[in-house]
Structures are given as structure tokens and as C-alpha cells.
Design a protein around this ligand. Structure first.
Ligand code: CA
Length: 226
């Protein structure tokens, strides 16, 4: 059973999350205190942590930093009430895997949880190694190289490639990327996808201005050719 730790001090929010996630068949532990949450996360195994930012005991950033410092690889989704860009960036720098800004819908949170869990799940053997041109990718170890050079791909870039490869030759829309890779349920900012694709092209294409593998499909999205 997938275990999720909720660290959130607002009682209604915590109980609501717990009830809804239990209804979705997740096994839940919950606390309203940051340092208590850190202790629980260090003592027991969890598949995912939902971590509020403003907490008594120890704030979310600190909990996140301490967990990552202690070598934990448990993915963390930060729950933040503050929507400012600097918080989001700082949250990601301390090692959170994703963030969601309150108020969020349950549907949105569930989608994010599924994306993160899929990312960290051991692969079902289907897509472990993949190669095209001089690029080699290992989706299990998150390793990649182009020729003799190691590629510094972000987890998000791995997931974009994974979706491309699973749908090789088919056009994938920006909305599909946001849904499958980001776990978004509404799509106000499809430019996010374009920015990530542009960076990915810089890394994997011989000539990013004339891409051979990640092809733009006018008005539709992108497709991957091996
Ligand atoms: Ca709080």
C-alpha cells in the first residue's frame, strides 16, 4: 500500500486531506508539527510527503532541507499558501519535488500525487533503456548521455522524454504534457511546455535550430522521431 505522510497544521485541512486520500486507498499518517513530521519521516518509510510551508515546530523548508540532507529520497510536495515566485523557487531548491498553491482542488492534488509516484516507482520493465542517435537514456537510474558526455537532464525532462518515447511518432499536445508530466488539471500556461522542450532540444539535438527528434507540429504540439 502506498503510504503518504501529511505534515499540515491547519486541522480542517489536515483531516480533509487525510479522509480524501484514505478514500483513494492511500495509507495516511498525519501531524500538525514540523519537527514531529521530520521525526516520523526519518523513522518510518513513506512513499510521498505532503508538506505545508508554515508550520509550528519547524517550518516546511527546514523539514525538507533536513530530510534531503539525511539522504532521504522520499518525494515531497510542498503545500504553500503563498503564491509568490520566490517561495516556489526556494521550495524547489531545498529539494521538494513539486509544490501546489492553496487553495487547490482535490482533483489537482491527486493528479500531482500520481505523477510524482509514477516518477519514483520502479519501472515495470517496459521502458528502462532507450537510445536514439548518439543519445542513451536509462529511465530507471535517471542516467543519460550524448556521445561520451553525460546529459544533465532534470526529472521533468526525463518525464517529457518518457512520454515522447511512449508515444513515438504521434503528436502530443501541450495540454497532454501538462497533464501527464506536471499533473496539472487546468492549462493556463502552455508556454511552460515550450520552454522545457526548447531546453531539452539544446541538450539532445545535434542542431537545436533544426531538430531531428523533437518536431514541432504546427498548432498541435510536438512529436518524437527516433
Ligand atoms: Ca500552515
Amino acid at each position: 500500500m502506498t503510504r503518504i505522510l501529511i505534515i499540515e497544521d491547519e486541522p480542517d485541512m489536515r483531516r480533509g486531506l487525510q479522509d480524501n486520500l484514505e478514500f483513494e486507498d492511500y495509507e495516511i499518517a498525519a501531524t500538525g508539527n514540523g519537527s514531529e513530521g521530520l521525526r516520523m519521516a526519518q523513522k518510518e518509510h513513506f512513499d510521498l510527503i505532503l508538506l505545508d510551508l508554515m508550520l509550528p515546530g519547524m517550518d516546511g523548508m527546514e523539514v525538507c532541507r533536513k530530510l534531503k540532507e539525511s539522504g532521504s529520497s522520499t518525494p515531497i510536495i510542498m503545500l504553500t499558501a503563498r503564491g509568490s515566485e520566490s517561495d516556489k523557487v526556494e521550495g524547489l531548491l531545498t529539494g521538494a519535488d513539486d509544490y501546489i498553491t492553496k487553495p487547490f482542488s482535490l482533483k489537482e492534488l491527486l493528479a500531482r500525487i500520481k505523477v510524482i509516484l509514477r516518477r519514483t516507482e520502479p519501472m515495470g520493465g517496459s521502458l528502462r533503456d532507450y537510445a536514439f542517435s548518439d543519445v542513451k537514456i536509462n529511465f530507471e537510474k535517471y542516467e543519460s548521455c550524448k556521445g561520451n558526455l553525460e546529459l544533465d537532464l532534470s526529472p521533468r525532462e526525463f518525464e517529457i522524454l518518457r512520454l515522447f518515447i511512449e508515444r513515438e511518432g504521434e503528436t502530443v499536445s501541450r495540454e497532454e504534457f501538462l497533464k501527464e508530466v506536471w499533473g496539472y488539471t487546468s492549462f493556463p500556461q502552455t508556454r511552460t511546455v515550450d520552454n522545457h522542450i526548447a531546453k531539452l532540444r539544446q541538450k539532445i539535438e545535434d542542431d537545436p535550430d533544426h531538430p531531428k527528434h523533437i518536431i514541432t507540429v504546427h498548432r498541435m504540439g510536438y512529436k518524437f522521431l527516433r
